[in-house]
Ligand binder design. Structure first.
Ligand code: ADP
Length: 467
């Protein structure tokens, strides 16, 4: 839910709540605080008293006493007076039995509205009743403080009654304020958290992830932040790995170049100073120099390939090429090397020449890498095979040896750049040969699979589309 929608719901909700609370409070407070007599109640009491007096036909002193006493007992705050037409009091619940002159009676009513607000004053109500042609008056007197505060307002216009409203109004006004403060506090808290987390984003330290499942804008922002931290973490890991690889490459490279170079310098010096025994010794020295220079050239080629792959500058020139011919040529290159290694070297080609749309120089480089590895790491198996299989849409090249093989745990990473099974050993390569192989296969839209059972069979199967 969006924050704006949330806010509107919140506003409506807080208004409803405050209205309900206001009504409940008003009802409760008025029940408690607005008690007492109202004009309406007084009227009812007076009429009941008059009815009871008339019913009993008791307009004499004793009779009226028995008619009005129950009322005065029920309403002790009200003073009941029963006055004859000449002003004589027949009954007075207060016992004063005041004799009224007409002026006195008139003043009591006329002055009532001026004196009501003063302490101890009372409101007076008068009712007339007739019997046998005689008029009698029922006077009800009530102290002002026994009136309902709401009624007081109508008699004396006192605003004290509005204090009853003060609390409900205050509470009703406070509720939206408290709720909105809480709402903004919760939003603020989430923003603060996000802010703090953003402030701590640092490549060196572990970035912290935040939990916020709400669907509003802050929730979205938090999720974006979490995605960002995850991306930063993976990128930092990648950078660290690259840095490690770079260090490893430099140390391996310096070692791999220095060892053959030292040998080459030694043999070149031997030739220059003429310290060789015979012609055969000279030839051997020259051969070693040649081998080592080729190895160094190969290393430099590999590094060049890697940097080309990295900058996407691996140039590919596809052409329809006779793969059988290419493999025959490569196999003949290796015959010389194989001779020295006591390896059984098998080349299996289909009878028909196999053509494919490839970049021959890249495929040649790929096969060199695979065959070099098979000889270098699989020589203990004394077996090397290169096989070409033609299928309908694809051509398969299989390079097989029966050497030490590659453990299943290593197989997944074997094509990673700079990954070597035995990282401690130096002088055998930089761990980039297979990554170049994979790059070349992928550039041809093909795929490469490795299966390996130590000392039984280690196979690299490359499938390339014919076209
Ligand atoms: P490098 O040969 O320079 O170490 P590669 O990428 O060519 O790098 O090979 C990576 C690793 O794979 C090698 O270090 C080696 O341990 C292992 N490997 C490659 N080919 C074979 C194979 N035919 N038999 C056993 N191990 C192999």
């Amino acid at each position: 839910m969006k924050l704006r929608t949330k806010m509107w719901i919140f506003v409506i909700f807080s208004y409803v709540i405050s209205l309900v609370v206001f009504l409940i409070l008003i009802k409760t407070i008025s029940n408690v605080a607005n008690n007492g007599y109202s004009l309406h109640i007084m009227n009812n009491i007076a009429h009941s008293a008059l009815e009871s007096a008339q019913e009993q036909q008791v307009f004499s002193k004793h009779g009226i006493e028995s008619a009005l006493t129950p009322f005065s007992k029920e309403h002790p705050k009200i003073r009941f007076e029963w006055i004859a037409s000449d002003g004589t009091a027949i009954y007075d619940s207060s016992g004063i039995m005041k004799h009224y002159q007409f002026k006195e009676l008139a003043d009591r009513f006329l002055d009532m509205r001026y004196t009501l607000s003063t302490e101890g004053n009372q409101i007076s109500l008068a009712y007339a009743a007739e019997q046998n042609g005689e008029t009698y008056y029922l006077l009800l007197g009530l102290p002002t403080n026994a009136l309902k505060p709401g009624q007081m307002y109508f008699y004396v216009r006192t605003f004290s009654v509005f204090f009853i409203f003060a609390l409900p109004i205050l509470v009703a006004l406070l509720i939206p304020y408290i709720l909105s403060s809480w709402y903004f506090y919760s939003i603020n808290r989430r923003i603060r958290k996000l802010n703090m987390a953003l402030n701590q984003v640092n490549i060196q330290t572990n970035v912290m992830e935040l939990k916020d499942n709400s669907k509003d804008e802050i929730g979205h922002l938090t999720r974006h932040y979490n995605d960002m931290t995850r991306r930063i973490r993976t990128q930092v890991n990648q950078i660290e790995q690259l840095e490690n690889n770079r260090k490893l490459l430099l140390s391996n490279l310096s070692h791999d170049l220095r060892t053959p170079l030292t040998m080459m310098l030694g043999y070149a010096e031997l030739i220059r100073t003429g310290q060789y025994k015979d012609e055969k010794d000279l030839q051997t020295s020259a051969k070693i120099i040649l081998q080592r220079s080729r190895y160094m050239a190969k290393l430099l080629d590999q590094i060049l390939d890697v940097s080309r792959q990295e900058t996407d500058k691996l140039e590919i020139h596809f052409s329809s090429y006779n793969l059988s011919e290419l493999i025959r040529k490569i196999a003949s290159d290796y015959l010389f090397v194989i001779d020295e290694q006591e390896l059984l070297f098998e080349v299996a080609l289909p009878e028909m020449e196999v053509f494919a749309f490839i970049d021959a120089s890249l495929i040649e480089r790929m096969l060199h890498n695979l065959l070099d590895n098979a000889i270098r790491y699989g020589k203990d198996g004394h077996f090397l095979q290169i096989e070409l299989i033609e299928e309908e849409q694809t051509v398969c090249i299989v390079v097989k040896d029966k050497g030490v093989g590659i453990a299943p745990a290593e197989q997944e990473r074997i094509f990673d750049r700079f990954y070597r099974v035995d990282r401690g050993r130096k002088g055998e390569g930089l761990g980039i040969g297979l990554s170049i192989v994979k790059g070349i296969v992928e550039a041809h839209q093909g795929n490469i699979q490795l299966t390996s059972i130590p000392y039984e069979e280690t196979t690299f199967l490359i499938k390339l589309p014919k076209n």
